[in-house]
Every structure is written in structure tokens, then in C-alpha cells.
Design a protein around this ligand. Structure first.
Ligand code: ADP
Ligand code: MG
Length: 220
């Protein structure tokens, strides 16, 4: 019983993770454990393995060794549609480039995230999160009618709409100027706190270190 209680304190646990690209060297990751509602920065130069690590944690690729546990579920034990469903319900993912579908409006892109998680479309919640991100006047625009900062805020809205336990953002500010960088980081922290999400953000930007209590440093 004691053991189970301790386990449930963690939203994420990685153990002995490594990944080998075909023909490349093997990347080895020290263990990472995140508690509920913590904010953690993954800091490393270009090529140090940030995207590789976050893709393993998101279940987008399989580790060479080791395992990832999200909410006490080992990702390796899921596959296909059960993995897709688990990811949509438990994880929010923000990529360096927003990956919004360009034929859909901002509102429709977020509706799609709800549908993929098997949830009913909840337009009032969508309007609410768009308002918090100062996008309420842009909900019926398509991505190519928005600025980079607005697109990245729309990606934040999409990642947060299902109230994920764990929100993962891979260099979410890489394409933004200084003003938008700090705006997006502040919004991510504030919204994650409001909905009780744990936050894991990667960056090569050492200036962001001061904004976080916890950091996980990758050596290139
Ligand atoms: P980061 O996100 O920190 O810039 P990555 O995780 O993308 O780093 O890359 C880590 C290492 O893995 C780098 O040395 C990179 O060259 C290598 N790598 C990344 N993607 C591939 C790939 N598809 N094939 C071979 N090597 C790769
Ligand atoms: Mg990367």
C-alpha cells in the first residue's frame, strides 16, 4: 500500500531511457520524475536530445531501453488506438512549429482536439480558453491569417483544452521574439496552474532558467 501511495505522487517517471537513431549514436537520458503541478525546464543546446526525450515521453517513439510511466501507466503497454486515446486524454503537446491544420479555423482546430480525445465538443470552454489567450477575435480565422505569436497561443489553447495531466512543450518559443517568448511562457505557467497540469518545457534559451524552479539539463 505504501508503495502505491508513493507512486501516485508522480505524474511522470522515466527509468533508464535511451534511444538509438539508425546509424547514429545512442542517447542516454538520466531519470526524470515530475510531481503534480510542478513546472520543469529541459535545458540543452541544439542537438542535445530535447526533442528525442520529449517524443519518448509523449509516446511518439519507442525507447531502445527503459520505460516511461504517465499517471502510473507504462506507455509501452499501450499501442495503436489505445495509445492515441490515452495520449489525447492525459497529455497535451506543443511543438516548435504549431502543427495546426491549415484548412480549419482556430476554433475548429481546438474542437478536433476534443473529438480525438473522445470528448464532446464544448464550445463555451473553447471560447473561454481563447479569451484567456487573447484570441477571442480570431477564432474563425485560419492559421495563415494569424501572426506567429497568435499561432503559438492557438497551439497552447489546443494543448490545454482537454485539461491534460501533463503538458509537454518542445521549444514552444523558438520562433518567437522576446516579448512573445515571455508572454507565452507566463501564459503556459498560469493556465497550467489554473487547471492543475504539470508542465514540462524544453528550450535552448538559458534566459528561461530563472523563470523555473526545476531544471533538467542535457549535455550535448
Ligand atoms: P534537440 O531537440 O535538443 O535539438 P534532438 O533530440 O533533435 O536534439 O537530437 C539529438 C541527437 O540525435 C542529435 O545528435 C541529432 O543529430 C540526432 N538525431 C535527431 N534526429 C535524428 C534522426 N532522425 N536520425 C538520426 N539522428 C538524429
Ligand atoms: Mg528539438
Amino acid at each position: 500500500m505504501q508503495e502505491r501511495y508513493v507512486m501516485s505522487d508522480f505524474v511522470l517517471k522515466t527509468a533508464n531511457l535511451s534511444y538509438a537513431y539508425p546509424g547514429g549514436s545512442t542517447l542516454v537520458f538520466k531519470d526524470l520524475q515530475l510531481k503534480k503541478q510542478e513546472h520543469t525546464l529541459v535545458l540543452g543546446d541544439s542537438g542535445s536530445g530535447k526533442s528525442t526525450l520529449l517524443n519518448l515521453i509523449g509516446g511518439f517513439s519507442y525507447p531502445h531501453t527503459g520505460q516511461v510511466e504517465v499517471n502510473n501507466q507504462v506507455l509501452d503497454e499501450l499501442s495503436g488506438t489505445s495509445l492515441d486515446r490515452y495520449r489525447a486524454q492525459n497529455l497535451g503537446f506543443i511543438f516548435q512549429e504549431a502543427h495546426l491544420l491549415r484548412n480549419l479555423t482556430i476554433s475548429e482546430n481546438i474542437q478536433l482536439a476534443q473529438s480525438l480525445a473522445g470528448l464532446a465538443v464544448d464550445q463555451p470552454s473553447i471560447n473561454d480558453i481563447l479569451r484567456k489567450l487573447q484570441l477571442d477575435n480570431f477564432s474563425s480565422r485560419r492559421p495563415n491569417q494569424l501572426s506567429r505569436g497568435q499561432i503559438q497561443r492557438a497551439a497552447v489553447a489546443r494543448a490545454l483544452i482537454n485539461k491534460p495531466t501533463l503538458l509537454i512543450a518542445d521549444e514552444p518559443t523558438a520562433s518567437l521574439d522576446d516579448k512573445n517568448t515571455f508572454l507565452v511562457i507566463d501564459l503556459l505557467k498560469e493556465l497550467a496552474d489554473q487547471q492543475g497540469s504539470t508542465l514540462l518545457i524544453s528550450t535552448h534559451d538559458k534566459r528561461l532558467k530563472d523563470q523555473f524552479n526545476n531544471s533538467y539539463i542535457l549535455e550535448a
